[in-house]
Ligand binder design. Structure first.
Ligand code: GLU
Ligand code: MG
Length: 440
């Protein structure tokens, strides 16, 4: 008997340690399963990146959920070099009666974006710019950003671009970056949920394509303690209910509209607490150091790559409209954080700023490291947490931030992160980097 199965499509969810997991169905049955989804287990949220479920978790061994496919978010390509197509549908975790589950990070982002819109009229537009490093690729040494670095990796960059385009994530560029065998993928701005979905798809397609060449693509923030970091830069801007870009105001400092300024102020106010939700692993904190072009202070700047919020440049060539390009880049993120949770944190913190109408943060240009502590304090430049352990404590200490989430989700997150802290305690930073390099 011949099978009618063409290939498998996976319904996926991305968890607190940013591992995308899921269940496969024959491609023919995906529409049929859209109404009720497939089974899922709450305790899966307490999986560490090393594999096991932490014993201190709020979910225990009981309970059941459904993973419902969002068939409007299906990403398919047959260009990864695998024998069958890469075919994923993003899923939402719901209770058995269909109510959203409080541990579903995709649903959390949806409700954060909805709350922002309901309370302020603003919709967030976002994109994740992601850096990664290739291992076991046998590529020759090459100059940073060089043509030869790009051509030596041929056909990888071109095929990756084609696969991402076919998958529907609107790639803009696959480029050779500064670090050894380091590349970066940018893609077009879109609504919050699609932006986070695309971040997941880009990572998975890149890893799959590298795997098919016998290579390994790693998005881990540091391949070695002193290596060039892999950042995830989250760009954001706003449109109003009529779709008009409302982030830019030429008359105000930095060109930030009053709303964008209050949003940024909220993000900076809560940044020490949300750092762990956007840069979530032990090696994340080897990256978040001064003079790394990553970010290490609560700092808004115009076009400075050391700032945590960087106001991006506007191009006026050919009389282009600045308002549609104007955006802000959040640089405290990396791929060990869940993209839905990371963007949820930014949106929620920004919304706090808008509700409180906090005044614009000061724009600072210079090196915070050269200032005395009192001067930094005057400028609102607070050092971000120095370790994962400190970052977890900063999260727990900010009642506003923890109030955005179900206490069980915080408990689960803290449980997993504490397990990571413990595992790394007896390891050298080099070993930590090599472990996370393989996991991400
Ligand atoms: N690799 C840097 C990081 O860790 C970013 C460099 C850039 O601005 O592209 O975030
Ligand atoms: Mg870059």
């Amino acid at each position: 008997m011949t099978s009618t199965i063409d290939h498998l499509v996976s319904i996926v969810t991305t968890d607190l340690v940013s591992i995308t997991r899921g269940r496969p169905l024959p491609s023919q049955s995906i529409e049929k399963s859209a109404a009720t989804g497939v089974g899922w287990v709450p305790a899966n949220l307490s999986l560490t990146p090393f594999g096991g479920i932490v014993s201190e978790n709020p979910w225990g061994s009981s309970g059941d959920l459904r993973l419902l496919p969002d068939t409007s978010a299906r990403y398919t390509t047959d260009l990864t070099g695998s024998p069958t197509p890469f075919d994923v549908v993003m899923g939402d975790l719901v209770e058995l009666d269909g109510r959203p589950w409080s541990g579903c990070t995709r649903s959390l982002l949806k409700s954060a974006a909805e709350d922002l819109k309901r309370e302020t009229g603003l919709s967030v537009i976002a994109t994740f710019e992601q850096e990664f490093r290739l291992f076991d690729c046998g590529l020759p040494e090459a100059h940073p950003f060089s043509l030869s670095a790009l051509r030596a990796a041929d056909p990888f960059p071109a095929r990756l671009f084609a696969a991402l385009e076919q998958a529907g994530v609107s790639p803009e560029m696959v480029l050779a970056e500064y670090g050894e065998n380091q590349f970066e993928i940018t893609n077009g701005p879109t609504d919050a949920i699609s932006a986070a979905d695309r971040a997941v798809v880009i990572r998975e397609v890149t890893r799959e394509m590298a795997r098919n060449l016998g290579w390994r693509a790693s998005f881990s923030p540091k391949s070695a303690p002193d290596a060039v970091g892999n950042g995830v830069h989250i760009h954001f801007s706003f449109v109003d209910s009529a779709g008009k870009a409302v982030t830019y105001d030429a008359t105000r400092p930095g060109g930030l509209s009053a709303d964008a300024g209050a949003f940024c102020a909220g993000v900076l106010k809560h940044l020490p607490a949300i750092t762990v939700l956007t840069a979530s692993s032990v090696p994340s904190f080897y990256r978040l150091k001064p003079h790394n072009w990553s970010s290490s202070y609560t700092w808004l700047a115009q076009q400075d790559r050391e700032a945590s919020l960087r106001i991006c440049p506007i191009v006026s060539i050919g009389g282009r409209d600045p308002s549609r390009q104007f955006n802000i880049e959040y640089r405290v993120a990396d791929a060990t954080s869940n993209p839905y949770l990371a963007l949820t944190s930014i949106v929620r913190a920004g919304l706090e700023g808008l509700k409180e109408r906090i005044s614009d943060p000061p724009l600072f240009s210079g090196d915070p490291e050269t200032l005395a502590e009192a001067e930094r304090e005057k400028l609102g430049l607070r050092r971000l947490p120095l370790t994962l352990e400190d970052a977890v404590e900063a999260l727990k200490a900010d009642r506003t931030v923890t109030s955005w989430f179900d206490p069980a989700l915080i408990e689960s997150f803290v449980g997993v992160k504490s397990a990571e802290v413990e595992r790394a305690r007896s390891m050298t930073p080099e070993d930590v980097c090599s472990l996370y390099g393989k996991l991400y």
